[in-house]
Write a protein that binds this ligand. Structure first.
Ligand code: ZN
Length: 136
């Protein structure tokens, strides 16, 4: 498996405008756009940082994974996952599986910006939700 770089940091926010205000007005990052991924019940807001990005995650539904994360976190947002860009996601998943890593996604699914993504189970990663992503 070849990891190319950190693709993005996923940060859950209960309120998109408050989140944007901090990352844009305070931190000075440039808002680059947003995209809703219906299947994951999430809207992602992108702020490029060099070759990587901060991605704010806002739930589009009270039963979505981000809404559940915020609920578990006492109603607050916070760091939710780290995504690594890999050269070939199918190869990476096969290798991780062979190494006994518990996978949330056995096969890649479609994420924002046409990326192929898959999540590894935090039980296998020391508690961190790890995403691997291949850019189109
Ligand atoms: Zn992500």
């Amino acid at each position: 498996m070849k990891i190319l770089q950190i693709d993005h940091l996923g940060i859950a926010v209960p309120d998109m405008e408050a989140g944007k205000k901090f990352w844009s007005d305070v931190m000075g990052l440039k808002f680059e756009g947003s995209e809703t991924v219906e299947e994951q019940k999430v809207t992602t807001v992108f702020f490029p940082v060099g070759e990587s990005e901060v991605e704010l995650l806002v739930s589009t539904s009270p039963d979505g994974p981000i809404a559940k994360f915020i609920e578990k976190n006492g109603g607050k947002g916070g760091f939710q996952h780290v995504a690594f860009r890999v050269e070939n996601i199918e190869e990476a998943l096969a290798e991780l599986k062979e190494k006994g890593v518990k996978l949330i996604d056995e096969t890649p699914r479609l994420g924002a910006a046409g990326c192929k993504i898959a999540f590894l189970h935090p039980k296998s990663t020391g508690g961190v939700l790890v995403e691997i992503s291949e850019r189109p």
